[in-house]
Each structure stands twice: as structure tokens, then as C-alpha cells.
Write a protein that binds this ligand. Structure first.
Ligand code: HEM
Ligand SMILES: *[C@@H]1O[C@H](CO)[C@@H](O)[C@H](O)[C@H]1NC(C)=O
Length: 339
């Protein structure tokens, strides 16, 4: 009696363990999992890492550009690689939307990653997942945190130029607009402040912030000091009132190649590059926003920890996990395009 009871307990325990393993490997339906490619393409993350490392070694800025691709993908119809589609048939590419045109870059690196993955495991790793892994690796390669990327996104069958124009926040947004823009994606104030910290790497064109160099904001008490600061006169000499719109300026003028918390120091000194950056320390800030900026400026570990959490949250926006999506063969085209 005693023996068979303990065998039953053992059987139950084995069954539970088995179910746990299965659910870890497969993931609940509709949910992402870090183990999604463990069976089907065990080297997926390794392959991405290698191609990204090589690209970043050759051109450090590409790390920033690739991180931004994941953001511009996720905010438009969800993280479904809709951003990567080129014009074809009835697809109108998001690449031509105002926030993207002459600005987003790195598509050639995504193509290279996809080509290697198609050799290793054809039609298995989605372009949306490639963007998520790439973003993580770029942050880590520049000295930022590393986190476990959740996988299993499918790629979209469509793109939306209209949504790209509406959903991606503009650099002249007010704090109120930024908060509600993030809220529409299910992201909160912590996400807004941490993810804005991405501007610790990469560059901006003059055209994205020039407006504020030449438009007085007399309703702001700080405006006078700002306009006559060394920072502003340096910016005005790089970006004259007319012309030189595509000249590039580092978003973090101190350490533009390092993913660190310097961005938040810059903000506190009034040296954020974009209007949207400075909105986080505006004269009438949400108390919570300002206290987060101070917290991240004084504690890089905290910034890294929150940043990783927010990236995972952003990576979960409206993911496709069922038949509404596919795994593209070529990130620039839906599979039907070839038939
Ligand atoms: C909060 C609202 C945001 C606004 C208004 C904004 C706006 C901008 C603008 C205007 C640029 C310069 C583009 C150009 O002139 O070509 C830029 C660059 C960049 N943004 Fe943001 N951004 C925001 C949030 C984010 C988020 C959430 C991320 C990533 C998770 C991000 C990552 C980057 C990176 C890495 C660059 C540099 C890209 C490069 O050097 O190629 N930004 N952003
Ligand atoms: C931002 O700039 C655009 C283009 O110059 C302008 O149409 C828009 O009204 C500005 N928005 C804000 C909030 O200032």
C-alpha cells in the first residue's frame, strides 16, 4: 500500500515536471517565450549576435539605428516587422512616413542576419524576433544591460503608412503628448523615461530639433538662460537657421557611443538635444517624471534594470502569434509576393 502510494506521488511529480518542461518549451498559446527556437533553431540568437557584432564593430552608430528600428516597428501595429516591408503590390511602406524617411537605417544589417538564418533554419525565425534580439544585442554591445528576449512573434502581412505617421511620437511633442502617446501603447511613465534614455546613443539630424534653437519660448523662465548657454550657441553653429538640415548631432553630446546614464545628467543641466528630451525636465513636470530622471542620473544600475523591463514590455506590444502572421522568407516582402 505504502509503496504504491509513493509511486503515485512520484508519477504525479514526474507528470508535473513534464508539463512544466513542455509549457516552457512551447509557451502558452499567444505568449512569447525565451525558448521558442530552442528546438527549431538553437543557434538563432548566436547568429544574430555575430552579424550584429560585426556590423557594430565596423560602424558604432548602427547600434543606435538598429535599436530604434525595434521601437518604430513596435509602435506601429505592434512588433510585427511591418516597418521592414518595402513598397510592393498593395503594401505602402512605412519607411516613407515622416518619422522614418531619411532617418531610420540599418535595414541592410537586418537583411544580412535574415540571409544567414535562412541558410541555417529556413522559414523559422521571424523578422519581428530578429528586430527584438538585435535591439537587445546593440544595447549590450554599447555597454548597456542585457536581458532575456521573449520570442515567437510572427511577421505581419501588411504595413500602415498612416499609422506610422500617427503613432510614432514627434520630437516637438509636449510632455502631455508623450505620456498619452506611450499610454496608447500600454506603456507608462516609467517606460517613457527609461526608453527615452535610448537617446544616450546615436544621432539626430538638425531638422529634428532646429525649431527650438530659433523659436523663443518666453513663457518658460529658463528660456533666456538656455538660449544664451554655451550648449545652444554650439548647436546654433552646427545647425544654422536655414540649410544643413541633415547634419548629424549626437543625442548625448558627452558619451554618444556608450550606453550609460549620461543622458539623464544632460537633461538635468538643460542639455537634452530634442525638445521631447527636455520635456522630461520641463518647468511644469509631472513630479514622477522628474524624480525618475534624478533617480536614473544617480543610479545607473537602476536605469539599466528599468530599461530592460521596459524593453521587454515594448517588445510585447500587439505581437502576432497565430495565423494572422507568417514567418517571412525575406524581411522586405510578404511571402505571397513571390507566388
Ligand atoms: C519618447 C519619444 C521619442 C521621440 C520624440 C524620439 C525622437 C527621435 C528623433 C527625432 C531622433 C532623431 C532622428 C533623426 O533626426 O533622424 C531619434 C533618434 C533615436 N531614437 Fe528616439 N525618440 C523617442 C523615443 C525613443 C525610444 C523609445 C527609443 C528606443 C527604444 C529611441 C531610440 C532612438 C535612437 C537609438 C536614436 C538614434 C538613432 C540613430 O543614430 O540612427 N527613441 N529619436
Ligand atoms: C511640431 O512641428 C510640426 C511641423 O513643424 C508642427 O506642424 C506641429 O504643430 C508642431 N507640434 C507642436 C506640439 O509644437
Amino acid at each position: 500500500m505504502k509503496v504504491s502510494a509513493s509511486i503515485k506521488v512520484l508519477m504525479a511529480k514526474l507528470l508535473a515536471l513534464f508539463l512544466l518542461l513542455i509549457s516552457n518549451l512551447v509557451g502558452a498559446p499567444g505568449e512569447l517565450s525565451p525558448y521558442y527556437y530552442e528546438e527549431s533553431c538553437p543557434l538563432a540568437e548566436e547568429i544574430v549576435r555575430q552579424v550584429v557584432t560585426e556590423a557594430v564593430y565596423r560602424n558604432p552608430r548602427i547600434a543606435a539605428s538598429l535599436l530604434r528600428l525595434h521601437f518604430h516597428d513596435c509602435f506601429v501595429l505592434g512588433c510585427d516587422a511591418s516597418l521592414l516591408l518595402d513598397d510592393a503590390g498593395d503594401i505602402v511602406s512605412e519607411k516613407n512616413a515622416v518619422p522614418n524617411l531619411n532617418s531610420v537605417r540599418g535595414f541592410d544589417v537586418i537583411d544580412r542576419i535574415k540571409a544567414v538564418l535562412e541558410e541555417a533554419c529556413p522559414l523559422t525565425v521571424s523578422c519581428a524576433d530578429i528586430l527584438a534580439i538585435t535591439a537587445r544585442d546593440c544595447v549590450h554591445l554599447r555597454g548597456g544591460p542585457r536581458w532575456e528576449v521573449l520570442l515567437g512573434r510572427k511577421d505581419s502581412l501588411k504595413a500602415s503608412l498612416t499609422a506610422a505617421n500617427q503613432m510614432i511620437p514627434a520630437p516637438n511633442f509636449t510632455l502631455e503628448m508623450l505620456i498619452s502617446n506611450f499610454q496608447a501603447q500600454g506603456l507608462d511613465i516609467v517606460d517613457l523615461v527609461t526608453l527615452s534614455g535610448s537617446h544616450t546613443i546615436g544621432r539626430s539630424r538638425c531638422t529634428s530639433f532646429k525649431q527650438r534653437l530659433y523659436t523663443p519660448q518666453p513663457y518658460l523662465e529658463l528660456d533666456y538662460h538656455r538660449r544664451y548657454s554655451v550648449f545652444f550657441s554650439a548647436l546654433r553653429s552646427m545647425c544654422p537657421a536655414s540649410g544643413r538640415d541633415n547634419v548629424l548631432v549626437p543625442l548625448d553630446l558627452k558619451t554618444s557611443r556608450r550606453f550609460d546614464n549620461q543622458y539623464f545628467f544632460n537633461l538635468l543641466r538643460g542639455n537634452g538635444l530634442l525638445q521631447s528630451d527636455n520635456e522630461l525636465v520641463s518647468e511644469y513636470p509631472e513630479a514622477e517624471v522628474l524624480s525618475l530622471v534624478w533617480a536614473y542620473a544617480s543610479n545607473q544600475e537602476l536605469f539599466f534594470k528599468h530599461f530592460a523591463n521596459s524593453m521587454i514590455k515594448m517588445g510585447n506590444i500587439n505581437v502576432l502569434t497565430g495565423d494572422e502572421g507568417e514567418v517571412r522568407h525575406n524581411c522586405r516582402h510578404v511571402n505571397a509576393y513571390y507566388h
